[in-house]
Design a protein around this ligand. Structure first.
Ligand code: AMP
Length: 354
């Protein structure tokens, strides 16, 4: 079976790496000439809106998926007329727009931080009066890793924040003084079978994910699974879905969802019986999900901006290195390290050395 992927970054690359043992082949549509997934399949180097390239992709593959939520909706709709595109376009359209996704969460009884739509400076002034400060102004679309956001504190100049987002449609969101951030990776097959990985605790630096640690028997697991199940069923979802939460006073508030494999699930490559990448491919090709059980105590550290000393890392026990084949650049995700041990104590000890 041939799988088409919109995007050719590290998520596409890791999907392909997990798909070869199952006999799948891959075609990537990605405008970046040196896309890091390109070595793992056929690379159609063209814009996502390029009709001829989309037509070519549709002819070559049996099913299409994507590695990021900003793929143009029209391109997905065009492909979906010709062959299955998973996760379904409704999930994509919802997840790419912070206002639509937050409205859906609330409609399904899933709690969020307070939020208000902002389309003008006057709206922003009203929103601040309603929600209070501190708060975060976020563009509705195209924001990731903390980009497209302005933090507002008492005394902040609202006009500067509004100008800073170039007057893009936005939401103002109340600032959550969370105790911790967790995420759940869930998967639903074409026949409706669902599986959930154990919760992951996430630490960010400068808005970018830095460290993810898999949790065991966490008291929030059942609630997170319940929320994930509501979304998977409502969206008639097929594939992997990631949901990020803030935990506050024994409650989970959803921050956002991603209709794809997710950075906070990279530890599953070594740390779970079946990785998030394999489970995504199983789901979109009509196969049943594999076990999401833990294989040990795991954590994942992102390699951002510059490469660490590889020899030192590879000399450390229970440490796995994943490099994405990307040139080093400040703020860029170049790879990740997974540490997977038999006990929590040895995990902590190893992480302290990294
Ligand atoms: P996002 O792009 O929405 O995922 O935000 C990136 C990171 O910024 C989150 O993982 C949080 O650490 C932080 N953040 C985003 N929204 C809020 C909020 N409403 N309150 C507190 N921290 C937030």
């Amino acid at each position: 079976m041939k799988i088409g992927i919109l995007g050719g970054g590290q998520l596409a690359r890791m999907l392909a790496l997990s798909g070869y043992p199952l006999g799948f082949e891959f075609v990537f549509l990605c405008p970046v000439p040196d896309a890091c997934a390109a070595a793992l399949g056929e690379h159609l180097c063209a814009d996502f809106e390029d009709q001829a390239a989309l037509q070519q992709l549709a002819k070559k593959v049996d099913v299409v998926t994507y590695e990021f939520e900003s793929v143009p909706a029209d391109s997905v709709a065009y492909l979906n007329e010709k062959l299955p595109v998973y996760p379904p376009p409704l999930a994509l359209a919802t997840a790419r727009d912070r206002l639509l996704e937050k409205n859906l969460f609330n409609e399904l009884g899933i709690n969020t931080a307070a939020f208000v739509a902002v389309n003008s400076l006057a709206d922003l002034e009203e929103a601040v009066a309603k929600i209070g400060l501190p708060a975060i102004l976020k563009t509705r679309t195209l924001g990731y890793d903390g980009k497209g956001q302005q933090r507002l504190f008492a005394g902040s100049k609202l006009k500067d924040a509004w100008d800073g987002l170039h007057h893009a449609a936005a939401i103002l969101e109340g600032f959550v003084g969370f105790e911790r951030e967790v995420s759940i990776i869930a998967v639903r097959s074409a026949s409706g079978e669902m599986a959930f990985y154990p919760l992951t605790e996430n630490k960010h630096e400068d808005g970018i994910l830095h460290l993810s640690t898999s949790l065991r028997d966490d008291p929030m697991q059942t609630l997170a699974e319940d929320y994930a199940q509501r979304l998977l069923e409502h969206l008639d979802y097929v594939g992997v879905l990631a949901i990020e939460f803030f935990q506050l006073d024994g409650q989970l508030l959803v921050n956002e969802m991603a209709p794809r494999v997710h950075n906070s699930g990279h530890w599953t490559i070594e740390g779970a019986v079946t990785s998030q990448f394999e489970n995504h491919l199983r789901a979109i090709t009509g196969l049943p999900p594999g076990s999401t059980a833990l294989t040990g105590h795991s954590a994942m550290l992102n390699i951002i901006g510059e490469l660490p000393d590889i020899r030192t890392l590879l000399n450390m026990p229970n440490t796995h290195l994943h490099l994405y084949g990307k040139a080093a650049r400040a703020g860029r995700k170049l790879g990740h390290i997974t540490v997977c041990t038999e006990s929590e104590a040895s995990l902590k000890k190893l992480l302290a050395q990294l």
